[in-house]
Design a protein around this ligand. Sequence first.
Ligand code: ADP
Length: 436
Amino acid sequence: MDGEAVASEATGNVSGIKEPRAVSQGHGEGHGARLPIVAMIGGGQLARMTQQAAIALGQSLRVLAESPNDPAAQVCPDIVFGTHSDPAALAAAAEGAAAVTFDHEQVPNDLIEALVERGVPVSPSPAALVYAQDKLVMRRRMASLNIAQPAFAQVDSVDDVTKFGDEHGWPVILKAATGGYDGRGVWFVDSTEEAAEILAGGTDVEFLVEERVDLKRELSALVAHSPFGQGAAWPIVETVQVNGQCSVVIAPAAGLPDDVALAAEEMGLRIANELDVVGVMAVELFETKSGELLVNELAMRPHNSGHWSMDGSRTSQFEQHLRAVLDYPLGDTRPIAPVTVMANVLGAAEAPDMSMDERIHHLFARMPDAKVHMYGKSERQDRKIGHVNIVGEADGSLADAEYVEAVRARAELAAKFLSTAVWTDGWDPHGEGEHK
Ligand code: ADP
């Protein structure tokens, strides 16, 4: 691609700028004088946090949301109400927008193609987005690019699973090619019988089978890519998963050799470039016990593994996504501290009696430096309702395991407190204050 520029040696290097384009469409009432409209399909927390970044750029996001209670609908004045599978609602949201982008990957690809055919500027394009929507299509493309990934096969019948398991070893991982998230649509399968049961339950879905990777941990390579061809990579982060759901992110990942980290950043940039992604993309990675990095899946939008960047990087993923879809020069992605830890606030099994307002009050009394991001969602078990970032002190070092562990412990303690109103370390709020 013309003007291709990728991050070079150092994390966060971006290069390549161009003259501002003349924007001929997408200006609207309430969107600031002569600033383009970005429309986001889906009113979840990613749209809500993108609106935060839009405000700083003098803009205001337009959002296609289903209800006034959606996280983004609570904070955006320009809402089109409707579903992402309704062509009329999509068209209304896209009207006059300089860029249409997504808060999730569930919009049917043919509806996005229809928008593109009508001249709507959609980022990422349906041709790129399909690799985040369909795991089988993505696996085949990664194979054609020689990107390291788990062995896999398409599943047309249970015999395909048996054959694959006998060849690669049991258990195997059975996956629905489309529609899954947070581990839904992923099964660890020990036998032909188990596989048969799962396949019987999903007659209208395509399946694939993967070898079970001997995981050391999970990582994420977060990058951004612009239409101009600029690329930017944040440092590789560790994503700690609990029950198939992201729980904690350690940014950067500790203990990753520099050459491996750099190669992973470059791989993320290469994938974004090859697939012509516009916007932020997360490449979810497995680190094997032998130190190899394998691609798990792609997400083409701001991602949970990048929430740390709101407080821990010079440019947050939400601002970067806007910059990329508007084809502005990309921002500096270097971290501002040796480590930043993000912990998700998940709804508790039973919402505590203490109000969220009071919980936040107590948290701030104990941890003045905790950065709290709540999504305006009601509390339901294991629902992501917010996150907390703790930015490590500047004099620490990623190589110092105790320092990293202390930052992580505080982030988890804070998030757990917001979930449950319980200090899991037994801290007494009526005792001494804490400042670190
Ligand atoms: P989702 O799209 O629902 O996030 P993923 O494909 O990311 O599903 O899988 C969810 C989790 O299942 C992963 O984070 C990982 O912990 C585990 N997993 C998925 N594929 C494999 C695999 N091939 N080997 C080992 N674990 C896997």
